[in-house]
Design a protein around this ligand. Structure first.
Ligand code: SAM
Length: 237
């Protein structure tokens, strides 16, 4: 399947200038020519069909010829909160979360976190989100947020209907994943959670959820929990 010619732009108007990374990708990688068509995305959930009408040194100019709402954006509102992971595993989780339909992704630091994330890494994660959104034909790239503590992340997720805390030391059989369309899902980093962190989450209305008898890698747990929640929300059909 050819690379989708989909580009995120700041604003939509009759004529749109494509600049920066998206310009370089369109010109140097996709070698787009005048007269060719692309889909422009402004993050509103709409898709704008546009024709390349002019090429300049640092910009390509598109003429917008139509618009339609995307039918690939999820109806469920899902926030995935994951502990900062080592290496490029956080990028893997962001990429899979976008494909599976998360609306927001938050990365937090907890007691046993051993990974380090800075503003550059956050920018990288936002780029991963955009690229994954384009690849899976979404019209929005989920926002990636950074929380300096677990408590800050849990507070951000307090208003979601189903607040689920993946807890590897939960007694077997406790904690199911209910049907719904508003979820905040919390998964720990490689070091997992402390009992106190689980108690903090319960105090904020989070329910413990088990992902079975085996201890899953953090990235596996994040993808598994999100997959089940999206299925329960009717998004995987
Ligand atoms: N403390 C774990 C251990 O003893 O090896 C390591 C944590 S695990 C690698 C990372 C995170 O994945 C956990 O904090 C939890 O959120 C989630 N997780 C892994 N296995 C799970 C399971 N069977 N049930 C629920 N959550 C699980």
């Amino acid at each position: 399947m050819s690379t989708p010619r989909r580009f995120f732009v700041e604003n939509i108007a009759e004529e749109v200038a494509l600049t920066g990374d998206e310009f370089r990708h369109a010109k140097n990688v996709l070698r787009m020519r005048e007269g060719e068509e692309a889909t422009l995305l402004d993050g509103s959930g709409k898709e704008f069909s546009a024709i390349l009408v002019r090429s300049e040194k640092n910009a390509l100019f598109f003429h917008v010829v139509g618009e339609k709402p995307s039918d690939r954006e999820p109806k469920a509102d899902v926030l995935l909160l994951v502990g900062a992971l080592k290496g490029d595993k956080t990028e893997l989780v962001v990429q899979k979360a976008v494909e599976l339909g998360a609306n927001k992704i938050g990365v937090f630091f907890s007691r046993y976190s051993s990974a380090y994330l800075n503003e550059n890494k956050l920018e990288r994660l936002s780029r991963v989100s955009k690229e994954a959104a384009k690849q899976c034909l979404r019209a929005r790239a989920p926002e990636v947020l950074l929380f300096s503590t677990l408590e800050e992340a849990l507070s951000f997720g307090e208003t979601y209907e189903h607040k689920l805390f993946a807890c590897e030391f939960l007694p077997q059989g406790e904690g199911g994943i209910p049907a719904g369309n508003s979820y905040c899902l919390v998964v720990g980093s490689e070091g997992g959670f402390t009992e106190e962190e689980f108690a903090l989450a319960k105090g904020k209305g989070y329910a413990g959820v088990s992902l079975g008898k085996r201890i899953l890698r953090a990235e596996t747990a994040a993808i598994a929990l999100l997959s089940v929640a999206m299925y329960r929300a009717g998004e995987l059909q």
